[in-house]
Ligand binder design. Structure first.
Ligand code: 5GP
Length: 120
């Protein structure tokens, strides 16, 4: 069974402004901010503002404008951080067995160094 969305997760609190974040960019439907424990010189998280647990949840339930906004924001983050200049990686863990710690969909954008075969 899929886990229901938990509105007490840390990214829900960030979206509500209950805990601070270092914002890279914000759009109507998405927020991008620096990871608190960066694994590369560029490590940004991109999240939709809606209550989606994972990629499969998001793509099943979100509207086309939300999906388009999110996908475009991930690309914009790669450009505005300079990650695109040297090569970068997009990664999203879905489910506890994948290593997902925060149950609100997020894409990691890694860059700024040569990237090994796996990260996060
Ligand atoms: P996951 O393991 O779920 O794919 O990734 C969760 C990410 O969220 C981790 O890289 C972790 O460092 C980051 N993270 C956890 N708590 C916070 C927080 O309060 N603020 C920020 N900016 N990042 C967080």
């Amino acid at each position: 069974a899929k886990q229901p969305y938990d509105d007490q997760n840390i990214f829900a609190k960030i979206l509500r402004g209950e805990i601070p974040n270092k914002t890279v960019m914000e759009t109507e439907h998405s927020l991008a901010f620096h990871d608190i424990n960066p694994l590369a010189p560029i490590h940004v998280l991109v999240i939709p503002k809606g209550p989606y647990v994972s990629w499969d949840d998001f793509t099943a339930k979100a509207s086309d404008p939300e999906i388009a906004d999110f996908v475009r924001t991930v690309g914009e983050v790669a450009r505005m951080t300079g990650a695109d200049a040297q090569g970068y990686r997009i990664l999203s863990n879905s489910g506890k067995r994948s290593g997902q710690e925060v149950p609100h969909l997020h894409f990691h954008v890694f860059g700024g160094q040569p990237l090994g075969p796996m990260l996060a």
